[in-house]
Design a protein around this ligand. Structure first.
Ligand code: GLN
Length: 304
């Protein structure tokens, strides 16, 4: 067995200790036993292991894409006048920080409130144009023309997303969100419901590892400074309220989603995509975090 297959099989033991997300009813259908990884290096080598071809929705990993797009549309000063850049100790969908801390702005763009505020700043004449821009940009970052929304996950999120609605209406009341709330949530729920594989995540990660340039054709799609900002926010806030521990143990700018994905960036080296829908209590892939710990140690990837 090769090293990557060994890493996957050694970490399958953790899957039983987690749960698939259930607060979005459609996500309950995910396979709790799946665990896989895909690595794409900056010179185009690809390595994969385990259940790497599992499909899942991108969920919160989309927040790094919309952060890059919002800054490209509006500049960093405007975006960070409405969203903070500080980590949180509360859950990703928490309401409490919003009113108590940081002058009413959401703490950072990686928690739900901050991501909803971020997507509200993306330009477009209506919700369809805004979402289309997000989808097209995501396709570009993966080099995958076939990406599409899992409509049943979208419908499920839209029907049950009352907490996200509460966050969004609160931010509308304080002026953080200027657009119509339902228009903003349309784009947010759709962006979370884009269906991907580990390969797609690993390719998006290579673009950040390569400071905003597509490694496969040298096209610059994100300005270097913005790619850096996104990586920094990933390193400090990407794993929600587990970001500090993750930075100590793994040391890679990463972003997780409740679909079970984790995208990890090894700057100058490679992009890593992980799938493992069994989640720990903070909503991060329980097997995925362990796999990344092993990868980081074995290949000496820790950036710190
Ligand atoms: N769509 C999910 C939500 O809004 C995303 C959360 C996540 O992946 N952590 O609740």
């Amino acid at each position: 067995m090769n090293t990557l297959e060994e890493i996957i099989s050694e970490n399958r033991k953790y899957l039983d200790r987690g749960e698939v997300a259930s607060y979005i009813p459609e996500l309950k259908k995910a396979n709790k036993n799946a665990l896989g990884l895909y690595i794409t290096t900056l010179n185009g080598e690809e390595y994969f292991a385990g259940d790497y071809d599992t499909k899942f929705t991108i969920q919160s990993i989309s927040k790094i894409i919309t952060l890059a797009l919002a800054i490209m549309d509006n500049g960093k000063d405007y975006v960070f006048s409405k969203v903070g850049m500080e980590p949180t100790t509360e859950a990703f969908n928490s309401i409490i920080d919003l009113e108590l801390k940081n002058l009413n702005k959401p703490l950072n763009p990686m928690i739900n409130a901050g991501a909803i505020a971020t997507v509200s700043m993306i330009k477009g004449k209506d919700k369809n144009e805004v979402f289309n821009r997000i989808l097209e940009f995501t396709k570009k970052l993966c080099g995958n023309e076939n990406l599409k929304v899992d409509e049943s996950v979208y419908t499920s999120e839209n029907r049950t997303g009352n907490r996200n609605r509460a966050l969004a209406y609160f931010m509308k009341s304080t002026g953080i969100i200027e657009k119509d709330v339902e228009e903003v949530l349309y784009a947010y729920f759709k962006q979370c419901s884009i269906e991907v594989t580990c390969k797609d995540l690993s390719r998006i990660a290579t673009v950040f590892a390569n400071e905003g340039v597509l490694p496969w054709n040298e096209e610059r799609v994100i300005p270097k400074e913005i790619a850096r900002i996104v990586k920094t926010i990933m390193a400090t806030c990407g794993m929600y309220d587990a970001s500090g521990e993750f930075a100590v143990n793994i040391g890679l700018p990463s972003k997780s989603g409740v679909g079970g994905g984790i995208l990890a960036v090894a700057p100058g080296k490679m992009g890593i995509g992980i799938v493992g829908p069994s989640l720990d209590k903070k909503g991060n892939s329980i097997g995925g975090v362990e796999v990344l710990k092993d990868l980081s140690e074995k290949f000496d990837l820790n950036i710190f």
